[in-house]
Design a protein around this ligand. Structure first.
Ligand code: CA
Length: 244
């Protein structure tokens, strides 16, 4: 399916470095966002390894990069990060989220996800979160102990229950196959967006801007206006109607 796309990654207003990474491979309809963590520059290394391995591992997937291929790439990235951390004490303990989207040739998209970066779909003006955050606060929301809004602003909101490079147990890779149709806009983003900007505001920005580049700029601007306390990364992908 034809697509249009735009992505941005921004340091924000507080952090000295940008430890997020974004992958944009429009010819293969492959996009990913990774949000690294770790001391000094280690988070940057982890998120870079994550998107690089995602890129390399899906090169030979045919005919489509499906959910299994995305999940395999995430597991390979996890192993690569663990190996890199084991080889260099300065990188010990680094980790990253990774959320990847592949638009298949059929009316299907594929998403694979670990951590608290997110995938959303905007359809008919309505924004819906597709991925589930792998965070302590999300567990509390699911258990009925916190509301989604309390979770968003909670002091422990960034505490992950699963991440590449961190988990020594089985990596819990969430694989989704949301249907897609012309007009749908998919958003991948790091928590630097969603920590500062509500879903309602994201929906308003995406419906107010028909161009994806202005929409991506407006999302980053909104997160910075909200304080820009974290790195901000967004990738927007719109499913276009096939030409007759
Ligand atoms: Ca972050």
């Amino acid at each position: 399916m034809p697509i249009s796309y735009a992505s941005r990654t921004d340091r924000g207003r507080v952090r000295e470095q940008n430890e997020d990474a974004v992958l944009q491979r429009p010819r293969r309809s492959l996009f990913a966002v990774a949000d690294g963590m770790g001391g000094h520059a280690a988070g940057d290394v982890a998120s870079r390894i994550a998107v690089d391995v995602m890129d390399e591992r899906t090169l030979t997937a045919t005919p489509d990069v499906d959910g299994a291929a995305l999940a395999d790439a995430i597991r390979a990235a996890h192993e690569a990060i663990l190996r890199a951390a084991a080889a260099d004490p300065a990188l010990e303990g680094m980790g990253t989220t990774l959320t990847a989207l592949s638009v298949a040739g059929s009316e299907r998209c594929h998403i694979a996800h670990v951590g608290d970066s997110r995938a959303y779909r905007l359809r008919d003006g309505e924004l819906r979160q597709l991925t589930r955050d792998q965070t302590w606060v999300q567990d509390q929301v699911d258990a009925g102990n916190l509301t989604a809004e309390q979770a968003r602003t909670h002091p422990y909101s960034a505490m992950l229950t699963c991440a590449l490079g961190i988990d020594t147990t089985d990596l819990d890779v969430q694989v989704l196959e949301p249907d897609c149709q012309p007009g749908d806009v998919f958003l991948l983003c790091s928590d630097g967006l969603t920590g500062g900007v509500t879903d309602a505001e994201i929906q308003r920005i995406l419906t107010d801007h028909t161009g994806l580049n202005p929409a991506a700029d407006a999302l980053v601007e909104a997160a910075n206006d909200a304080g820009g306390v974290d790195n901000i990364t967004v990738a927007l992908v719109r499913i276009e109607a096939a030409e007759a």
